[in-house]
Write a protein that binds this ligand. Sequence first.
Ligand SMILES: [Zn+2]
Length: 313
Amino acid sequence: MFNEADLGTSKVDAAATNILAKNSKIKLKKESRFLSSENVFELLAGFDLVVDCTDSLEARYLINDTCLALGIPFVYGALHKFQGQCSVFAPGGPCFRCYMPAFASVPTCQMTGVLGVLPGLVGCAQATAVLQLLLGQPSPLVGVMQFFDLLTFDFYKIAIPRQADCICSAANNYAQSVPLKSGPLESMPVRSISVQKLHEQLQKPDLTLLDVRELAEFRTMRFKNAVHLPLSQLAISRSSIETALALSNQESNSESKSGSVVVYCRSGQRSKQAVRILQANGVENAFNLEGGIMEWHRAFQGEGLDSDFDAID
Ligand SMILES: [Zn+2]
């Protein structure tokens, strides 16, 4: 993919130039951004499949969980010294978390080094898997990890069992419930609410505030009585949505809150995606807080907010 002349340029730009040099008819869309929980849905929604060429476990979990929620396959490739791996994680089969459930510390290619020809070999295997999937052929790599050991020239497979307690069990129910086929989630319109409007409604007893950020962010600064459910979990299981909303009813001692669910994150991006997921799951009174909790803090400082640490103002 890369040449000496690409040294010092961005990987995305160099890859685009070199791919087009090989075949100028390929349609490319460049995204020079780091993958994060903030943008992963926006980046992956609407595509037929994802090819994972990352070198970080965090990124792989992010891709796995998002593909599960979107109901699309991802073609996995990994390298370690003289050994390569390739697999297809597709709806209905085991997922990457079934293969690697714990967040282990895995050395990156930068730390251990990789035999130069190995990325080419694994890349060709991934490209073949992509062709099979796009042509609607059964993929022999679903539920299977293919190993390529170039030190011994052993090429072998192991079966990946589906773990019963893995998030993918719930996700398969979820993916079917999202109307992706009628249009990508990203094109779904989202109702929103301004911080000024929320300020007027904050005391309403039937209002639910849903925080979709990660736990550390929630602990640092949140709305009082907010329910916590990170986007990464919301995206995966329908039951997690029901549990969160039921919890909110319990805490306010009301039978069932029939009022609005105001969803917020730091700046309003993750929460926008969360509102789409809620809407796709039949929660019709969900609103995205424009500008997120940061916008609220700019307008009203610590009013209505809570923290596990020192005062917010
Ligand atoms: Zn799984």
